[in-house]
Ligand binder design. Structure first.
Ligand SMILES: [Zn+2]
Length: 244
């Protein structure tokens, strides 16, 4: 098996697809994940094994972990990032465009390349998969309007759930594809299209002025996510019924 990123033949690591730092917080005392599927027929195998897959060689694994380290520190420790709040919108500035973008693109790419059932709804297609692979390999963060990622902190009935991790989701919005995942209550929404994205994405998603906005709000205000949450509720109920 070759490394999915550099394509060299090399022993593969048991790579994590969802950034490890995000789900470290999700371990409870018996080392299970609070991972939920909106489809009750799917097994909860991820609860035991984590979201891992033989994917990358050691070099590529380390490369991605450097970008993740930055994202972790940026989210966790602030790293000199300035935040201004206006209502439900948090405006972040002083982020490192290159590193943060590479982290985001690596997340999208890993979701797309993964063969795990958990990510089965994220299919980017050969062309986008290859553009992303080359960008990551060359450390190229691409332009802000290429695969922009909208980040929101989502609440369920007024509460923020740090332990909430979802399967990846897909929907089509206008003439672009939207690939999303909730990790630790943070919704990452990637927009994928061959044509140029509306310039407004450059205001909201991270741009070269090192700024980005994060929306903080209710799940029900994000229509497709509300649908997901409702399916999730049904899945949990039906799982409970099965266990009885
Ligand atoms: Zn590699």
């Amino acid at each position: 098996m070759n490394c999915a990123l550099c394509q060299c033949e090399s022993p593969l690591q048991n790579s994590h697809i969802v950034p490890e730092f995000f789900y470290k917080q999700l371990y409870d005392d018996i080392h299970r994940f609070h991972v939920v599927s909106s489809d009750s027929s799917k097994s909860d195998f991820l609860k035991q094994k984590g979201v891992r897959e033989k994917l990358l060689c050691e070099n590529c694994e380390q490369k991605i972990s450097r970008w993740e380290k930055y994202a972790k520190e940026a989210f966790g420790n602030g790293l000199g990032i300035q935040i201004v709040r206006t209502g439900n919108i948090f405006r972040l500035s002083n982020l490192n465009y290159q590193t943060f973008r590479l982290f985001l693109l690596s997340l999208l790419w890993r979701m797309g390349v993964s063969k795990l059932e958990f990510f089965e709804d994220t299919r980017l297609g050969e062309k986008h998969q290859e553009i992303l692979r080359k960008a990551l390999l060359n450390g190229d963060p691409l332009e802000p309007l290429q695969y922009p990622c909208l980040i929101s902190a989502v609440q369920l009935n007024g509460e923020f759930h740090r332990a909430w991790i979802s399967q990846s989701m897909h929907n089509k919005s206008g003439n672009y594809h939207c690939h999303c995942i909730v990790i630790n209550g943070i919704l990452f929404c990637f927009f994928v299209a061959s044509h140029a994205m509306p310039a407004v994405f450059g205001e909201v998603c991270i741009n070269k002025k090192n700024e980005m906005s994060v929306y903080f709000g209710e799940v029900k205000e994000i229509p497709f996510l509300a649908e997901f949450a409702s399916n999730l509720g049904n899945a949990i109920r039906s799982r409970r019924t099965k266990q009885v």
